[in-house]
Design a protein around this ligand. Sequence first.
Ligand SMILES: [Zn+2]
Ligand SMILES: [Zn+2]
Length: 322
Amino acid sequence: MKIVPISLPTPFYIGPVNVYLIKEDPVTLIDTGPKTKEAIETLRTALRSANVTVSDIRRIVLTHAHEDHCGLARALRDEAKDAEIFVHNWETGHRVGRFEYEEHRQLLVRAGVPADELALMRKLYEGVRQFADAIEDDHCVDLIDEAELEFETGSLRVIHTPGHTPGSCSFVREGDRTIIAGDCILKRVTPNPVLSPDPIDTSRRFKSLAEYLVSLARLRSFAPTLVLGGHGDAVRDYEELFNRYLRAIRERQATVIGLLPKQGATAWEVSRAMFPGADNVHRFLAVSEAAAHLDYAASEGKVAVETSDGREIYRPSGGANR
Ligand SMILES: [Zn+2]
Ligand SMILES: [Zn+2]
């Protein structure tokens, strides 16, 4: 079972995205690239050099529903006629493009984001959203944790690896311990735990960092030899990356706690202190990062949180090691 990596251009800061062609019955594409002319043309050229056309594709499998990964899913599915789109059902908000506006807005208000910033974030999201077509429920097959995607000469096991997004999934080929990991594992950057509503209770914030740490440990249990991520080079030394991520997360947590004044601060205030130069979408990513670390620190009893005026205020807790 041959996995063919294909790099596609994106209009995003992160740079090109990696999608993976499995050129075996049923012909499968893992992730699609964004809905841009450049991405579809690059994809067609790459498929052609692998002797495949879009109409041969039977399965479009999504690691998660960010625009750079899912943008072309609907267009490719329509062109391939009887192809099916597979995605975890916790990706709903992103997938259909509603992005749970109201739920998100409330979470951001609680995180202390001011009204003018909220309006700006929404506008930025509208801009990003044009790089993906919505995929409605009746057009998708659920990716189920531990299910096998069967191919002629092998299979890929679906591993639900929440963190970057609630419904992020990885795909493990156990024979040679190769993992296709989407944005769960990126060689050069620690993936951002993006602020999301909890899929089970959308009034709560998804505990992205705690979930992410479990996902990292779960992937580690496969003792991977090769991890193919959503951006950048493949990872051959998972152990090194795992330890580096844990170190980075610990250091970031210490920074976040260290930025909390005695009288307390919101996640938004912490994010502005941590990344004063952040602009545009980076302000959203920064508040995501601060909220994720504060949630995790609170779960470990290192910070105390209370709600005042509809905003969560974090304080260093007395017993914390600072
Ligand atoms: Zn992503
Ligand atoms: Zn990505």
